[in-house]
Design a protein around this ligand. Structure first.
Ligand SMILES: O=C(O)CCC(=O)C(=O)O
Ligand SMILES: [Fe+2]
Length: 204
């Protein structure tokens, strides 16, 4: 049973977009997750970006990196990150999840949440690029964090799923069109977490 079904059980008649979200805990074992996490923390050249928000330079509250095929349209990686070449470890993770996803991913965006102060605010993964990024597979290692999503059109319609160590979440279909998502800050003490979102960025 997937977490999506668990959630739907908790919220009967909730209209949860089951055909748009697929959550699978334990796709990576605790030991595999520990090894990938340690590897990524130490080997990825993490950067802290900043962006202009209402004319003010704001530092992104997490560290990021991007890997992918050399020919992907990296203007679509959001922050214009030019992808680094795939590493054997990232290809191993990609190979594990592609069979569940029914997609061939050409890039991955990594987020490193150092503690509960790190977060990502409400967004969709296809901001400004209609028709792109319709399928996004997300893998999480380390601290379980709340992943929230809400209807663009009615923010009162909102769901939460805890993305556990070693878990996989697929966002597909109309997910990016109809729902926004975020990982909020937490006041509870939080250990580090790494999230990888595999994407299809290639130009059509
Ligand atoms: O950390 C997560 O689970 C989500 C990350 C995310 O939404 C993104 O990179 O676009
Ligand atoms: Fe996202």
């Amino acid at each position: 049973m997937t977490q999506t079904h668990l959630l739907a059980g908790l919220l009967p008649n909730s209209g949860l977009p089951e055909e748009q979200v697929d959550y699978r805990p334990g796709v990576f074992s605790a030991e595999e997750s520990r090894q990938f996490m340690a590897h990524l923390i130490h080997r990825v050249p993490w950067q802290q970006k900043s962006q202009l928000l209402y004319g003010k330079e704001v530092i992104t509250p997490r560290l990021t990196a991007c890997y992918g095929n050399p020919d992907v349209d990296y203007s679509l990686t959001g922050k214009g990150l030019r992808p680094l070449a795939w590493t054997p470890e990232l290809l191993q993770i990609k190979d594990r999840i592609e069979p569940f996803s029914g997609a061939k991913f050409d890039s991955v965006l990594l987020n490193y949440y150092r503690d509960g102060n790190d977060s990502v605010s409400w967004h969709t993964d296809n901001d400004g690029v209609p028709g792109k990024n319709w399928i996004v597979a997300s893998v999480s290692f380390g601290q379980a964090r709340r992943f929230e999503f809400r209807l663009r059109e009615d923010h009162r319609v909102k769901y939460t799923v805890e993305l556990e160590n070693g878990s996989y979440l697929l966002m597909k279909g109309g997910f990016q069109e109809y729902w926004q998502h975020r990982v909020p800050k937490s006041k509870q003490p939080m250990q580090a977490r790494i999230n990888l979102t595999f994407r299809v960025l290639h130009r059509n």
